[in-house]
Design a protein. Structure first.
Length: 650
């Protein structure tokens, strides 16, 4: 009896068989003991009672014997199965060694299919599935203040507005503010321009981030007059400062003030921006200005909070709506109808970190899945073609006593061996392309650094490999199972390619072509879109135009007039360079981020209808010759002149 049949019989009927055998043995011993008592002179009835009494607890003995026999049978069957499986593995490797070309094609095909899926899953696992690397990250929320004008999801918070909301909300364990600016850092060689996160003192406590070195900010360090301190990001400390372990306590100059480094962050994703350093709000020359700190209308701050334990988002939303209504009623001047500022609303930080990345990577996973299906169909066709040469071998093995299940297991073993080896090669391909994937993912989320090959990715690769092996190995095996006897009788492989196999091959080919066409159509549409985008006229001429960001020292250039004077001097000097044809300044380069502001406006002598909101526009500042410099033509009128200053008509 083959091991597969033995295990099947053990699973379904071995317990009853063992029980019957044990009862038979006990009955035999009782009968022999009864005969001994009868031979000693006891009547038959008394002899049977004496035999039972001398034997002991029959039920307990029967149960113990059943347990021992079952354990022995299971051990024996498992040993036989493992021995048979080892034989299948050896035979599979011998068979594949005889067909190196076939094995190589299958391995390359599977490596590409499984590798693509493993690579994309590593991205989804690191970005979408993994919990936030913050303590209690499921309770972190972004507190938005939306506007119906221009469909802005968050207009930001003014400092006084933020403080008032934080005081009145009852569902938060803490609420902190954030914005970022660019400053120049002095004190270690050449000056460095650093992206600086400006935060409340409790920012890292609320976010659940513990420092790698030193400490984070403590209460009071965001108050006016506090000593300037810095917390460094892990990437800046490692890449720009050489990972100096003694960095805590060292000083740097920024905004004409000496800042002391108090801590270094661990290598975790930062949100909403990747910053180099962090400072308390009291150290920021812009945020600490009196007209900004005491403003209800200068909205530039983002707000984050931590929900109290057990508080769902729905309850937080109701609380935020109540507080917002109260603020709107108390300070109507801060919420003009034209701005359309709505009630504050919470959004899960985990969702915000993955919102823009989710659609893209789910589409990529679906595409990789189609590639794997095409690979499976391709390999299954190769196996079907190979089966035509192995029919006589299978038929002979059947004639020698190999059962259908035994042959099926042998074929599945061969396909699974190829799939597992192909999966291992695919895993190497996925690991090799991890750097490219991280760079691509960084365009959508700051969690890109969390992408790696961990236990979950290895388990996924193994599961996909095994499923793939069963998928492309079972179809040829099942199609050939009913034709083995006929192939032995006919003696010709060509005569035994039955209708079932032809239908399966046709189905696989049709499926493969259909999936390939889907991918080709999608790829063609994408290429067509890219070509169309390249042909779009952006409205300006970027040829030979350089863009340079010039950050100013906010501690030195404290007024608009000082900043305007600096830029005029800068333009005069640059225009004097022999290789410069034209020079202009602007707050935002074309297609760039930042430097634009949204404002409402009204056309003179055109009153708005009753209750209508005024129109809004995005505006930016620009200097003389700006449109000429970037090649934007004027349809009517003129550009800016040097005479268009504060004293001139607007």
């Amino acid at each position: 009896m083959s091991p597969s049949k033995r295990i099947f019989r053990l699973t379904l009927g071995k317990r009853d068989s063992v029980a019957r055998s044990v009862r038979g043995e006990i009955a035999f011993h009782l009968e022999m003991r009864t005969r001994e008592f009868i031979a000693a002179g006891l009547p038959p009835e008394q002899a049977r009672e004496a035999a039972r009494a001398s034997f002991g607890d029959i039920a307990a003995i029967e149960a113990e014997c059943e347990r021992v026999d079952l354990r022995r049978a299971r051990t024996q069957s498992w040993s036989e199965f493992m021995l048979s499986f080892a034989q299948d593995l050896r035979y599979a490797f011998r068979t594949l060694r005889k067909s190196p070309g076939f094995a190589l094609v299958v391995l390359v095909t599977l490596a590409l299919g499984i590798g693509a899926n493993t690579a994309i899953f590593s991205v989804i696992n690191g970005i979408l599935l993994r919990r936030l690397p913050y303590e209690g990250g499921d309770r972190l929320v972004l507190v938005r203040q939306p506007s119906s004008v221009g469909s802005r999801p968050d207009v930001g918070w003014a400092p006084l507005e933020f403080n008032e909301f934080r005081t009145q909300s009852k569902v938060l364990d803490g609420m902190v503010e954030y914005h970022n600016m660019s400053f120049s850092l002095y004190g270690r060689g050449e000056p460095q321009q650093v992206q600086t996160g400006v935060v409340s003192a409790e920012f890292f406590k609320v976010m659940g981030v513990n420092p790698l070195l030193g400490r984070t900010f403590v209460a009071g360090e965001d108050q006016p007059g506090a000593a300037p301190v810095l917390v460094l990001s892990h990437a800046f400390w490692k890449n720009k400062l050489g990972g100096d372990p003694a960095i805590v306590g060292q000083t740097f100059e920024m905004n004409d003030r000496v800042h002391t480094v108090v801590g270094v962050l661990p290598p975790i994703p930062q949100y909403p921006d990747e910053n180099d350093v962090y400072m308390p709000v009291s150290s920021c020359p812009f945020r600490s200005q009196e007209q900004v700190s005491n403003s209800w209308t200068i909205r530039f701050v983002q707000a984050f909070g931590r929900l109290k334990p057990g508080v769902p988002l729905a309850q937080a939303q109701a609380d935020f709506k109540t507080v917002s209504s109260r603020l709107h009623a108390a300070h109507p001047e801060a919420y003009p109808a034209g701005r359309g500022i709505g009630d504050a609303a919470p959004a899960s930080l985990h969702e915000e970190l993955t919102r823009s990345a989710r659609p893209t990577f789910l589409v990529l996973l679906g595409t990789a899945g189609l590639v794997l299906l095409i690979a499976c169909a391709n390999v299954a066709n190769l196996f079907l073609a190979r089966m035509a040469r192995r029919e006589r071998e299978m038929a002979v093995r059947t004639a020698l006593g190999a059962g259908r299940g035994r042959l099926l297991r042998q074929l599945l073993t061969e396909s699974t061996v190829l799939a597992v080896i192909g999966g291992g090669l695919g895993l190497l391909l996925a690991a090799g392309g991890l750097g490219l994937l991280k760079g691509f993912a960084a365009r959508f989320t700051t969690r890109a650094a969390e992408i790696d090959i961990d236990g979950s990715v290895l388990a996924f690769a193994l599961a996909v490999s095994l499923l793939t092996g069963f998928a492309f190995g079972a179809m040829p095996a099942l199609s050939a199972a009913g034709e083995l006897v006929s192939s032995l009788k006919e003696g010709s492989a060509a005569a035994t390619i039955g209708v079932r196999r032809m239908r399966m091959r046709a189905l696989l080919i049709v499926s493969q072509v259909a999936l390939a066409f889907m991918l080709l159509i999608g790829a063609g549409l994408m290429v067509r879109s890219l070509i169309k985008l390249q042909q779009v006229d952006p409205g300006f001429d970027p040829e030979n135009v350089l863009a340079i960001d010039v950050p100013l020292n906010w501690s030195k250039y404290t007024s608009p007039q000082l900043r305007r004077d600096f830029f005029r001097r800068l333009m005069d000097r640059v225009r004097g360079e022999p290789d410069v044809r034209m020079m202009a300044m602007t707050s935002s380069v074309p297609l760039g981020e930042g430097g634009t502001f949204q404002r409402t406006f009204q056309i003179q002598d055109r009153p708005l209808p009753e209750g209508a909101a005024p129109p809004t526009t995005l505006f930016q500042s620009a200097s003389v010759d700006y449109f000429k410099t970037i090649g934007v033509p004027l349809l009517e009128g003129r550009g800016f002149l040097d005479a268009d200053r504060d004293s001139a008509p607007p």
